[in-house]
Design a protein around this ligand. Structure first.
Ligand code: SAM
Ligand code: SF4
Length: 321
């Protein structure tokens, strides 16, 4: 079992398999992005070598993220191998390239997909992402539901950009059995100081929603990052994620691995270890596990403490979300 300095059990890894992306969401990365060289990324073999002992040590949940994971050419073989020893694998995707892979994902046993979509308007989608890919994403959404996948829609709420769409997103849950999650914006836009602070606290989102709906609060799931509600009579759920307010750190069970093998014990913290360099220097599983346990032994108590120690904001495309 893996535990941290504050006796929290760690059983969940978020792995960013690439930093590349086919969108340029303004809150995530600058338009001109310097991408990594291929040899800097963890290879499939390295990922498997790293994750096997971690799975044996209790990691039973993995989220694949990025950048855009479906830009990685060898993603499907990787997922197939990972699924042989990690019970629950989910993927976060922007949905641009995802649709053709849905039957294969289902065949591998991957059912949980987080689809990122911040607007239901095509022109606004282009303003936010700098690309005209709204139809492709909507096709993916419809196809995911047709294939009976468990879909969570990630919606980053940004003051002056999409706050007028809270109701339109909530209305999706009337007919669609999906979970719409409104996320507080975080400072990881790859533009350093250009973050002016989150103006849309999750309580403000809830207030805005409660102007239209009587929300029924759902039981809090252990280690959940979202607080979930249902609109009576609607099929799906809505949730808010206090990603910037960080109300959920006390039960955090997650580790993050960046595309270059950086280990993060907190989203708001820096890399505390590089597992790729360890692997490439010939370190075996025992040493790697020992180093990871050591890093966990120094884990910040919460995102505020990690932020004080770090004070540097990468683009979310290299952290993975
Ligand atoms: N490209 C994929 C996607 O967009 O779903 C996966 C990677 S993306 C970095 C993972 C998640 O992080 C997305 O849901 C995205 O909306 C979220 N994200 C990125 N930057 C963010 C920010 N500054 N604040 C809040 N969420 C952010
Ligand atoms: Fe790409 Fe996802 Fe970042 Fe948007 S949020 S730029 S889709 S990595």
């Amino acid at each position: 079992m893996l535990t941290d300095a504050h006796n929290r059990i760690i059983n969940y890894i978020r792995l960013a398999v690439t930093d590349r992306c086919n969108l340029r969401c303004t809150y995530c990365m600058p338009e001109q992005m310097q991408f990594l060289q291929r040899q800097e990324l963890l290879t499939n073999d390295e990922i498997l070598t790293l994750l096997r002992p971690l799975a044996a040590a209790g990691i039973d949940k993995l989220r694949i993220t990025g950048g855009e994971p479906f830009l990685r050419k060898d993603l499907l073989p990787l997922l197939t191998s990972l699924k042989t020893f990690i019970p629950e694998i989910s993927i976060t995707t922007n949905g641009v390239l995802t649709q053709p892979y849905i039957p294969q994902l289902k065949a591998i046993g991957i059912r949980k997909i987080n689809l990122s979509l911040d607007t239901l308007q095509r022109d606004r989608f282009q303003q936010i992402t700098k690309r005209d890919q709204f139809p492709a994403v909507m096709q993916t959404l419809n196809s995911l539901l047709e294939h009976d996948m468990q879909v969570k829609l990630n919606v980053v709420i940004m003051g002056g950009v999409n706050t007028d769409e809270l109701q339109a997103f909530a209305e999706l849950t009337k007919q669609m059995p999906l979970s719409v999650r409104f996320i507080e914006e975080m400072p990881f836009n790859g533009q350093g100081h250009a973050f002016s602070g989150n103006q849309w606290h999750y309580l403000r989102m809830l207030d805005a929603l409660q102007e239209y709906y009587t929300l029924k609060k759902l039981p809090i799931q252990p280690q959940a990052t979202s607080i979930n509600y249902q609109i009576p009579g609607y099929q799906g759920q809505i949730g808010v994620i206090p990603a910037y307010s960080r109300t959920f750190c006390g039960t955090c069970n997650r580790l993050r691995i960046t595309p270059t093998g950086g280990l993060k014990t907190c989203l708001y913290g820096g890399d505390v270890l590089n597992v790729r360099d360890l692997l490439r220097s010939g370190a075996g599983s025992a040493l790697i596990l020992q180093e990871i346990r050591h890093a966990l032994g120094h884990r910040a108590e919460n995102g505020f403490e990690a932020e004080r120690q770090n004070q540097h904001w990468d683009s979310m495309s290299v952290i993975g979300g």
